[in-house]
Design a protein. Structure first.
Length: 920
């Protein structure tokens, strides 16, 4: 069956029509008169749905149209909730237990089904009455005639081959002057606290400017912190965020007073760069030091043209003559606001180069920025881009109002929520997550969503919504009763029925309750923060999505068995899952990452047959995982706490695409050999099926055999086995030829190893560590590692020689080398680093704590590396450090899409840099 679609335009009408069709099937054995009633219901709703789709294409609706549309959409929600309840009753599985107890239970179920079939007949009559009333209003208001007289707006789509547009430093315009001014203000040598406030209204590029300054001068500081402060901040969370970026706070809860004391010590004699829309905030932050308030200004006419034309044509001189005058008029209407210029340019970029169409866009923007407030005009421009979206993208964009202001949104989490809501429709052979990523890229193409962090292959890992765009979509979501946002306990919710609810608790003192009649219909609930009195979740029988982030507060989910429609459950807080979790037969995602410690999952977790994603920090799974045939993602499972049955059943999960394991079985454990053999067999089966991502975490003393890698090629894309040892015949690595990211530690890296890995044409990121010292000087030749962008070499004592043409796309390299090796010191004088023409970041650790190392050798090696690095045309970040012990850099797991994090510390102490952004 084709995936059901839910949209902001038609509500759940498509979903409801599909369910009515299913209900008419033989499986439910309804009486003829009931079937006839459902058929009439379906026919009338289909006609209404067609009208709803036409109304969705109209930018402006008169009050009668809007009122009828809203009533029909809400009626469809209510009807679907009713149908869902009856379908659950009629589809109850029989009790398979033998004996009188099983017979008795099945008899009771049959009696209940008879009652349900009788009750649904009565309910259908009532529903038809409501639908008839809506139909009469439709004809009384003559809505169809009004629609026929109106012209509808055409909807255009973006070429699906386009990747999301990312703003690179090279594409910024008009930023050099302000950036240099700010660098001078921040980068002085006075040993005292200094605050620089960047002030200006939204859309001027304050954050972009601040980030560039932060990036340019950040290397001069030992510690750096970057935080976003919303209009209603959680002060304790902000303080903890700052401190966590400069020291390890662990999972222990800290009082505000302690955090303030630590911050006072840290902020002494430091540099603070702050952005805000509020001039009073900017001045207050600088008082009493009388520091600098820097007022950011709109782009000049020349810079505005540069940004606009580069976004569409590449340069101004490539703009067609027939579009130049209308382009200048559009640029003038944008008023020098970078966000407006980027947004409207992205919209025009997907339009044809027809002058009339561009004139229509110009006329739609408004009468001019000077006649209205800046924010209103920005919303007018952004509303134009919103109106141009296809219906399914409007729905996905509006759903982002379910995230708080300045929230960094994990892309995988967002896609899973879209999937659970029914927003994604499968097409073109893609699965739901792939199709959802396609939707996301389309929204990024239109600059309505900003990518925050990217994976090594350029795909978005986290994203963010600009506060002005968020204001726009929240207002539209509230207008459509699509999302209700509550962040103030004193505000009463006016809606009769709430469909999607975001609760933002700003502190312990907040007690927030919803009227039961309004909240009982909630389908999606996001809770950010903690309150002493939480919403009674067990009463939300229509709930599909539940996302809770209560920090380190313990969350107890009671009576979860009542949430029978639940598809998505994410708890970002310590919790205990009840045995009732197994009764949620529609559950697709269970995400318990960052729940502080090992999660022992109940035995019933294997019962939900539609579960696709099961994720936790460290999970102990029961036997019976072979029943979870829908699983596509599973992480991180503790192998050493699992049974042999679990390891055997693991190999039967042929749909599994992503797997994370923790292997902490010591070498002297008598179970290690048996566990290793069984695990290798299961991994081999998964690799020959659909497995794309594999992560195995383990201690340095642990070892994983290469046996699970067969001689045949498979679909593996990312492999992370660290810091445990991957041992065996290196020729087995040949089967990994399709990987894009590889992190392994092997017994000894040899020239053969580099030759094998160098032929991997898709490899973008490589972290390679050698347990034993290399006994030979290794070389990378010109025909190897053609696509590699990131390289970390663990402990290759004799270093690596990079020949001309080697690694032509390498951007970041990190390696360690001994100052004195088994070969002569002079062999280090030419490493060939200067041949890495695309290199941007160079990190080298020189180990001088080795046998017979002389000061002269250390200095000569350091000078040689610096000399080669000076010849690199694009290498703006260079760190060459001396260390006295072996350092292992551990990359964070890909399972939650984290970046590779690296810390570097200068030899001499220097000031620290802290950036704050206020969105007030």
């Amino acid at each position: 069956m084709e995936r059901i679609m839910v949209s902001a335009a038609t509500g759940v009408m498509n979903s409801l029509l599909t369910k009515l069709t299913v209900l008419l099937g033989e499986e439910y054995k309804l009486q003829k008169r009931v079937k006839h009633g459902i058929e009439c219901l379906k026919d009338e709703l289909s006609s209404m749905n067609a009208l709803l789709e036409k109304l969705a294409d109209m930018d402006v609706l008169d009050p009668q149209m809007k009122d009828w549309r809203n009533q029909v959409r809400e009626m469809a929600y209510d009807i679907e909730d009713c149908i869902d309840r009856y379908m659950l009753q009629l589809h109850d599985e029989p009790d398979k237990r033998a004996g009188m107890k099983g017979l008795f239970r099945n008899t009771i179920k049959k009696v209940k089904k008879l009652g349900a079939r009788h009750e649904i007949g009565k309910q259908i009559k009532e529903l038809r009455t409501h639908i008839d009333e809506a139909s009469q209003r439709r004809y009384r208001y003559k809505l169809d005639a009004i629609l026929d007289s109106c012209s509808t707006c055409a909807v255009e789509t973006i070429d699906p081959r386009l990747s999301a547009l990312y703003v690179e430093e090279s594409s910024l315009v008009g930023i050099d002057g302000p950036m240099n001014e700010l660098i001078k203000l921040v980068d002085d040598r006075e040993q005292s606290l200094k605050v620089v406030s960047i002030v200006g209204f939204g859309g001027l590029g304050k954050t972009t400017l601040a980030k560039q300054v932060y990036k340019k001068v950040g290397e001069q500081f030992d510690f750096q912190a970057f935080v976003l402060v919303s209009q209603k901040p959680d002060v304790q969370k902000i303080f903890r965020n700052i401190l966590s970026q400069i020291k390890d706070l662990g999972n222990e809860s800290r009082e505000v007073g302690w955090l303030i004391d630590e911050l006072r010590i840290f902020l002494k004699d430091k540099r603070i760069l702050l952005t805000t829309r509020n001039g009073n905030v900017a001045k207050t932050c600088c008082y009493p030091q009388n520091d600098t308030v820097y007022e950011i200004r709109p782009l000049t006419e020349a810079d505005s043209k540069g940004l606009f034309f580069r976004r569409i044509f590449g340069s101004e001189d490539r703009c067609p003559i027939h579009l130049r005058d209308v382009s200048v008029e559009i640029i003038d209407k944008c008023g020098g606001l970078p966000l407006a210029l980027i947004t409207i340019a992205s919209l025009l970029n997907v339009k044809s180069k027809n002058r009339e169409e561009w004139l229509n866009i110009r006329n739609s923007i408004g009468l001019g920025l000077e006649e209205n407030s800046d924010i209103d005009d920005m919303k007018r421009i952004l509303s134009l881009s919103y109106s141009d979206l296809p219906h399914h993208l409007k729905t996905c964009l509006l759903y982002l109002s379910m995230y708080p202001e300045d929230c960094q949104i994990n892309v995988d989490h967002l896609l899973r929520r879209w999937r659970a809501e029914g927003f994604i429709k499968v097409r073109c052979g893609r699965n739901l997550m792939e199709e959802g990523e396609f939707y996301l890229n389309e929204l990024m193409n239109r600059s309505l969503i900003q990518p925050e962090h990217r994976r090594i292959d350029g795909r978005a890992m986290t994203c963010r919504v600009h506060d002005i765009i968020l204001d726009l979509i929240v207002s539209k979501a509230v207008e459509e009763n699509f999302v209700t946002v509550v962040s103030d306990p004193s505000i009463l919710v006016s809606q009769d029925k709430i469909r999607r609810l975001l609760l933002v608790y700003c502190g312990r003192e907040n007690v927030m309750t919803m009227p039961s009649m309004a909240s009982a219909n909630v389908r999606s609930l996001g809770i950010f923060g903690y309150s002493e009195q939480m919403l009674p979740i067990s009463d939300l029988h229509a709930l599909r999505v539940l996302d809770i982030d209560a920090g380190n507060k313990m969350m107890e989910i009671c009576d979860i068995r009542k949430l029978l429609q639940l598809r998505y459950l994410r708890i970002l807080s310590p919790t205990h899952l009840p045995e009732q979790i197994g009764e949620l037969q529609f559950l697709e995602t269970l995400d318990l990452f960052d729940t502080c410690g090992i999660v022992k999952l109940p035995a019933s977790i294997v019962k939900p047959r539609q579960l696709k994603c099961l994720s936790a920090d460290c999970a102990m799974l029961p036997d019976g995982v072979g029943n979870m045939q829908a699983l596509e993602e599973l992480s991180v499972v503790i192998v050493d706490e699992s049974s042999m049955n679990f390891l055997q059943e693991l190999g039967s999960l042929i749909k599994l695409r992503r797997l994370g394991l923790r292997w902490y079985i010591p070498d002297d454990d008598y179970n290690r050999s048996t566990y290793g053999y069984t695990l290798a067999l299961s991994l081999g089966k998964l690799l020959s099926s659909n497995l794309r991502y594999l992560q195995i975490l383990g201690p340095r003393t642990g070892a994983i055999p290469l046996d699970f890698l067969s001689s045949s090629y498979h679909l593996m894309q990312e492999l992370y086995i660290y810091p445990c040892l991957l041992h065996g015949n290196p020729e087995r690595l040949v089967s990994l030829a399709s990987v894009t990211s590889l992190t392994i530690r092997i017994q000894q890296v040899t020239q053969e190893t580099l030759e094998i890995l160098g032929d991997f044409s898709a490899l973008l990121s490589l972290t390679l560590t050698s347990e034993d010292e290399t006994t030979e000087r290794l070389s990378v030749y010109s025909n190897k590692f053609g696509c590699l962008k990131y390289l970390h070499l663990g402990y290759l004592a004799n270093g690596v020689m990079f020949h001309a043409g080697a690694m032509p796309k390498l951007e970041t390299i990190d390696f360690m080398i001994k100052a004195h090796s088994s070969q002569s010191a002079c062999s280090h004088q030419n490493l060939g680093i200067h041949h890495l023409s695309a290199l941007k970041v160079l990190n080298v650790n020189i180990d001088y704590d080795c046998e017979e190392a002389m000061v002269e050798e250390v200095e000569a090696l350091e000078a040689a590396i610096k000399n080669e690095a000076s010849l690199l045309p694009n290498c703006s970040s260079q760190h060459i450090d001396r260390i006295s012990r072996q350092v292992e850099m551990v990359t964070e797991g890909w399972l939650e899409g984290d970046d590779v994090m690296m810390e570097q510390q200068d030899e001499m102490p220097s000031p620290q840099l802290l950036e704050l952004q206020s969105a007030d």
